[in-house]
Ligand binder design. Structure first.
Ligand code: SF4
Length: 275
């Protein structure tokens, strides 16, 4: 899939989400929230479902949890608009309740198609419903910070899942901020490992070298060293804030070019069950 085809597929999918009435969640929504990000990214974050702010704006992770996610990304030198962010269900469950199994099933086709189009190297799960989709049977308390191959049946043909707590969990249990920081600090290395594994699989499958190399460097700055070692700090703290020095060297590919700052002017602490 060419970059243009990928962007068109994602836009077509977003239009379908905005008009979708396939489950009861469409009745209470202000806006559906298809997801957003860079179409050429290698990293997709999958949360659970939109909250009040997301429902009002039609964008994912724009409340307090989204602000924390943006800060976590900045701690490793990544920008929010260089990744793709979406949810398991695209419409807000009333009162931020947990999504029902039939609602998740009704919406699964959209996530499947997003992953098919994006073909990410890493899917980062945020929260237990996302975890359940990509690491069935896993518990977040033991799975966070770990990696597991993604079942291609999810739509992602060649990816690993990396489990993290939902950022909003840190508002209920402040100690989890340090856990989130520590797990995020490992994400650049997870990407490098996943990228290496993908290139090995491409070579093993005899895929044309030009085709196989068309995406691994997507978004990387000119001359970026794909074999660069990630160097994550041991002393990173949540309080380091967005002005913190990137936790990875300059060679670490930022996944996709930056285009704009994400908003951080809303609040969402009344999350559904997160872990
Ligand atoms: S949650 Fe998904 S399946 Fe349900 S109405 Fe919204 S877009 Fe459609």
């Amino acid at each position: 899939m060419t970059p243009g085809e990928r962007a068109a597929a994602l836009e077509q999918l977003a239009a379908e989400v905005r008009g979708c009435t396939a489950c009861r969640l469409h009745r209470g929504r202000t806006h559906a929230v298809p997801g957003e990000g860079h179409p050429e990214t290698e990293v997709v974050f999958v949360g659970e479902g939109p909250g009040q702010n997301e429902d009002q704006q039609g964008r994912p992770f724009v409340g307090a949890a989204g602000g924390l996610l943006t800060e976590l990304l900045e701690l490793v030198g990544w920008r929010r608009d260089a990744v793709f962010i979406t949810n398991v269900v695209k419409c807000r469950p009333p009162g931020n309740r947990d999504p029902e199994p039939d609602e998740i099933a009704a919406c699964a086709g959209f996530l499947h198609r997003q992953l098919e189009a994006l073909d990410p190297a890493v899917v980062v799960t945020l929260g237990r419903y996302s975890l359940g989709t990509f690491m069935p049977g896993a518990k977040i308390s033991t799975a966070h910070g770990t990696v597991r191959p993604v079942d291609p049946a999810t739509g992602a043909p060649s990816a690993v899942a990396f489990a993290m707590y939902h950022p909003a969990a840190a508002f209920r249990q402040t100690a989890l901020k340090e856990t989130l920081v520590a797990d995020m600090a490992n994400l650049p290395q997870v990407l490098l490992d996943a990228r290496k594994a993908r290139s090995t699989r491409i070579e093993g499958a005899g895929v044309d070298a030009e085709e196989g190399a068309s995406r691994p460097a997507a978004g990387a700055p000119p001359g970026a060293d794909l074999e660069a070692e990630a160097d994550t700090p041991d002393d990173a703290t949540f309080d380091a804030g967005p002005a913190a020095e990137p936790a990875v060297p300059d060679e670490q590919p930022p996944l996709a070019p930056a285009t704009e700052d994400a908003p951080d002017d809303s609040d969402r602490t009344d999350q559904m069950t997160l872990f």
